[in-house]
Design a protein around this ligand. Sequence first.
Ligand code: CP
Length: 340
Amino acid sequence: MKTATKHFLNTQDWSRSELDAMLRDAAAFKRLRTGQQLAGRSIALLFFNPSMRTRTSFELGAHQLGGKAIVLQPGKDAWPIEFDFGTVMDGEAEEHIAEVARVLSRYVDMIGVRAFPKFVDWSLDRQDRVLEGFAKYSEVPVINMETITHPCQEMAHVLAMQERLGTQDLTGRKYVLTWTYHPKALNTAVANSALTIATRMGMDVTLLCPTEDYLLDERYLDWAKQNVKENGGSFSVSHDIKAAYKDADVVYAKSWGALPYFGNWEQEKPIREQYKHFIVDEEKMALTRSGLFSHCLPLRRNVKATDAVMDSDGCFAIDEAENRLHVQKAIMARLARELD
Ligand code: CP
């Protein structure tokens, strides 16, 4: 029987030196493109939610390293899965995670999971039960392809910042994670991740959001504070747009729903509508030191950021999206080494 070694569920579970090594490997993969690190290996990619970048980059990344990726969409082209215990399974689910994860483990060497929160009850969503279910029962490494955090995006983001700033050492660089308006209440995953990795890299991090209602879950605020203690840098919250943007080295934008209104999105919507002016535009970017801006994509132009910002020389969202391919190859190659 294969034995589960180490999963890639969160960057916070990995040491700084391990993350740095994977970032160096990713930079090397960017130069070399192909390799045999996954020769004879396979990965199952389970998508409970849509994707363009994640699916494409994982499938191609496995192929370029000599491996094979299988995409499954539970509830669409694969059986719906039950994650609770003790449930009388007389509803939609045809099989249980205890069987799914173990059976897949007999076929493949790694399992990737994308499972967004249900957006009804944050106290349940924050348990990340789908990902944790796979991690518990899988006998092979599990990779988080975005659940309530998005660690692969974090790695791609850091690599792109290192490239744009011309240094691997991001310590002390001023980083602004800004909330932006979106017509729908979105997942906090990328925001949780941005805060986690920027503080992990020792940056001077400001979380810019309209009000206290848009603060992130305390788990990620605590991680940010812990990271500052361990890695230097700083972390603060601001509701002042001009002060936050002033002299920033990097601005990263993301929209998310207010946690106190979780599940009551009709109540939250008129509040969110008041903050459309958080859009990233040229006027705000002119306050920064470098004009460097990014977003994880997909992005609604002229809602989250203007055309001018997206088309500016300082926008590195496309570089970051490309880097998903390279960092995920580094992550898969690293996990494959554990299996040897
Ligand atoms: N950024 C990202 O994960 O993109 P997809 O949702 O298209 O995979």
